[in-house]
Design a binder for this molecule. Structure first.
Ligand code: 26Q
Length: 799
């Protein structure tokens, strides 16, 4: 540990020598990086130990956030800044002739997630620790994160993400806490003990690797526990060892992308049970080291289930209580129901997890028995309380048509069910899960998502932070609501001017990156219009492209029609087997190739696709945006969190009334965002009435017809068949996500944005209002609500 710059320098020199047997002067940059990462981790040790001791001695309740995904992003800068050592280390390194930024850039971004749900988990960990709350993550230590996206001829290709290849000095292997997880085998009744026992199981060892989660300006340091699979001491005797060891390795090899291809489904279920069983076992053991029995388990622990992926925690805790600690069913159920809380992140029915009974029963025989019994009793309960039980049961059964409905199991086994934005929770209560909401009127609640304003503003946008410091000080770092003080400056011409300078500076940084990586020169005085998120049909990147195509065609047709220069920037990964999504990526790059090079349009229109979008790139992209594209079909995007990051960095939202856009709109008002498109009710009505016809719209709107026709032409430099799949989706599958219905309204919203942008004063004011109102979307607020309204946990008190 170091406490001064000189101490740091001395220890850094020594660290390099000890680790690599070379003096600092002869060491390689990667060696310096590894030493710095390790030193930073060591620097967390005392607080980490103190936190554990305080939580223990105060007998505090803790929350365990169970998630199959954590998109942590780089940790070095974040941890140094949260601990308050960043400047000291930066200067110390500078004295040694080392630029800290060079080392920062060597850190790999652990891409242990797909998108929003994984990044939300990471923001929550930061806010938990920074609010001094005792809350930990529990997940899988994937060998490879989400694939690395490499663009070849405008197509996405996938490369394994070797995120640990250089080092991961953050983690500590905790062998003493390892446990076994059982798969396959049979359950038999043991006459002697009078219990069911799981025999012939394949045991897999789970070993935890712990990462410290450092809070900002607090001693509280929590833990992200990542489970890794290894060969157990109880090797199955009925299986070839090579096959067994391959099965062991498979479990933690890959993160699954969010499509549901058949292959690997069993493996995904294995992963789910693996980290859930290990996590629950470890919490139970820790509890019993401190308390005599498990009667008060729910008073000391809450398990928050991040979507349905970890829902097996419910039958697993039942199994442990009943089989291993001899609890009666009802006593065990009472503990489980007071321990588990579930967050839903989607209303798309195709995304709701279901598992075939035969797979579940074979892989997890005892756990499946627990689910059957839960289902049996739950069915009895419904029959007792519902007015029309058969009708209700149709919608709420846990086991139905030989499938286990994970969301239903989650709701039945939890004391809290929450959605992630107000509109989303309302849809859950009033339509998607309405039968459950009637059965359990007090279980459902809303927790609108948030983002950590430290990573997404304070650390990634230093010029804006400095401007804020000059105007409203730095209190907002502890209390993000204080950003609202900026309202006093939104009409101040000097501040407006300074804001525009800050924005330009961040746009220049992004432009330099684009020049280097895409080889395209973009104009920093153009409007930076950005859509970055996973590629999905419902997110409607295609609508954005259709608008671009329309602008291009209009400029080509009509020499009078000219637009304010705009740079459209996309970043998105498509699930490898998601054919449509991949074609949309190809369309973006193809349209870009044409419009970026056409002499008629190239000064007005640029289209850029940034490769391999992820947390680290987002930290550069968000601050550089003028326009934030949040254009999902209303009712489909549970919340969105990118929308909040853009807003906090002073971009205007062009969006539908979907997810958290609704709340953004409410906070900033009509004048400070550009809302367009059908509302959720109108979308429902459109589906319900059955009168929607994309061909009708096509025939009645010349612009749309011309755009669509181009998909079956060679206008984008490809074969005329290249985008047939995209065309089919829109025209012959009747445009499931209603792009054509919203097209006209979208064009108008974009036109309005253009007019606003031309008036620099007005524009700066809009951006400043967005920043001022963004404090609500800090995950500190979200976590505060979870802590108070669901978890009932208190800040860690220093002894
Ligand atoms: C399911 C089955 C098989 C394989 C993969 C999956 C799977 C994996 C990831 C299903 C869903 C996901 C991720 C969902 C997700 O990121 N949802 C987003 O969550 C955000 C945080 O709440 C919201 O802001 C977004 O609106 C929501 O789309």
């Amino acid at each position: 540990m170091f406490t001064s710059k000189e101490e740091f320098k001395e220890q850094f020199r020594k660290g390099v020598l000890d680790s690599y047997g070379r003096p600092l002067e002869e060491s390689h940059m990667t060696e310096q990086f590894v030493v710095l990462e390790r030193m930073t981790r060591v620097q967390t040790s005392k607080n980490w130990a103190d936190t554990k001791k305080c939580v223990h001695d105060n007998e505090q309740k803790e929350v365990h956030y169970f998630s199959m995904e954590f998109l942590m992003g780089r940790l070095l800068t974040n941890n140094l800044m949260n601990m308050g050592y960043y400047e000291m280390v930066k200067e110390g390194l500078a004295d040694l002739g080392i630029n800290i930024h060079d080392l920062e850039d060597l850190e790999r971004d652990p891409g242990l997630g797909n998108g929003g749900l994984g990044r939300l988990a990471a923001c929550f960990l930061d806010s938990l620790a920074s609010s001094s709350l005792p809350g930990h993550g529990n997940t899988i230590r994937y060998q490879f994160g989400l694939f690395k996206q490499k663009m070849v001829d405008g197509y996405q290709t996938e490369i394994p993400d070797q995120w640990m290849s250089l080092t991961n000095k953050w983690e500590i292997r905790k062998s003493k806490h390892m446990v076994d997880v059982k798969f396959w085998g049979r359950v038999v009744w043991d006459e002697q003990t009078g219990k069911f026992t799981h025999v012939d199981a394949e045991c897999i060892r789970a070993v935890p690797y712990d990462i410290p989660i450092v809070g900002n300006d607090t001693f509280v340091t929590n833990t992200l526990r990542m489970w890794s699979s290894e060969v157990s001491d109880n090797i199955p005797t009925n299986k070839d060892f090579r096959q067994y060891s391959q099965e062991v390795n498979e479990i933690c090899q890959n993160l699954y992308p969010d499509d549901s291809t058949q292959a690997g489904r069993v493996l995904r279920l294995k992963q789910q049970y693996f980290f859930v069983s290990a996590g629950v076992q470890a919490i139970v053991k820790a509890h019993l080291r401190q308390y005599p029995n498990l009667d008060n388990f729910h008073e000391k622990h809450t398990i928050q289930l991040n979507d349905t992926h970890p829902v097996l925690a419910i039958p697993e805790l039942m199994r442990i209580l009943v089989d291993e600690y001899d609890y009666e069913w009802l006593d065990a159920w009472s503990i489980v129901k007071q321990t588990m809380a579930y967050t839903n992140h989607t209303i798309l029915s195709e995304a709701l997890e279901k598992w075939p009974v035969d797979i579940m029963r074979a892989l997890l025989p005892r756990v499946y028995m627990m689910i059957e019994e839960i289902n049996r009793r739950f069915t009895g309960f419904v029959k007792e309380v519902a007015d029309n039980p058969e009708e209700v049961l149709n919608h709420v059964r846990i086991i139905k048509d030989d499938q286990v409905h994970m969301a239903h199991l989650a709701i039945a086994g939890s004391y809290s069910v929450n959605g992630v934005a107000r509109i989303h929770t309302n849809i859950l209560i009033n339509s998607e899960m309405k039968h459950f909401a009637t059965l359990y009127p007090n279980k459902f609640n809303n927790k609108t998502n948030g983002i950590t304003h430290r990573r997404w503003l304070a650390y990634s946008n230093l010029p804006l932070r400095n401007l804020l410091k000059e105007t409203i000080g730095e209190e907002w770092i502890h209390n993000p609501d204080k950003l609202e003080d900026l309202m006093a400056f939104v009409d101040d011409p000097k501040i407006q001017e300074q804001f525009l300078d800050v924005k330009k500076q961040k746009k220049e940084e992004l432009a330099a990156y684009i020049k280097e990586h895409n080889g395209v020169e973009v104009d920093v005085n153009s409007i930076f219009d950005i859509q970055v998120k996973r590629l999905h049909a419902y997110k409607r990147q295609l609508l954005n492209v259709m608008h671009i195509i329309y602008l291009y065609q209009e400029m080509k047709r009509n020499p009078e029609f000219r637009i304010y220069p705009r740079t459209f920037i996309f970043g998105a990964k498509a699930a490898p087997a998601y054919f449509f999504a991949k074609k949309v990526i190809k369309l973006i790059t193809s349209v870009g190739d044409v419009v970026n090079n056409d002499p008629v349009t190239k000064d007005y229109l640029k289209v850029i696709f940034v490769e391999n979008y992820g947390v680290t790139l987002a930290e550069m992209i968000m601050p550089a945006a003028d326009v934030s594209e949040q254009i999902s079909t209303a009712g489909k995007e549970a919340s969105g969190t990118g929308n909040m990051k853009f807003m906090m960095n002073g971009a205007i939202t062009v969006g539908t009334l979907d997810g958290a856009n609704v709340e953004i709109h409410e906070l900033v008002g009509d004048d400070n965002c550009a809302i367009f498109g059908l509302t959720e009710e109108q979308v429902q009505e459109t589906y319900r009435s059955g009168t929607y016809s994309s061909w009708d719209i096509y025939h009645n709107d010349f612009r749309i017809k011309t755009v669509i026709d181009s998909l079956l032409s060679t206008e984008w430099g490809t074969s005329s068949e290249e985008f047939r799949g995209v065309f089919e989706e829109l025209m012959n599958h009747n445009d499931q996500y209603l792009l054509l219905a919203d097209f006209d309204s979208y064009v108008k919203a974009q036109k309005r944005v253009e007019e606003l942008y031309k008036d620099r004063t007005k524009w700066a004011r809009i951006c400043l209002v967005n920043i001022a109102k963004s404090g609500y979307f800090s995950s500190d607020r979200t976590i505060g609500q979870y802590a108070k309204e669901i978890w009932h946990i208190e800040p860690v008190k220093k002894l």
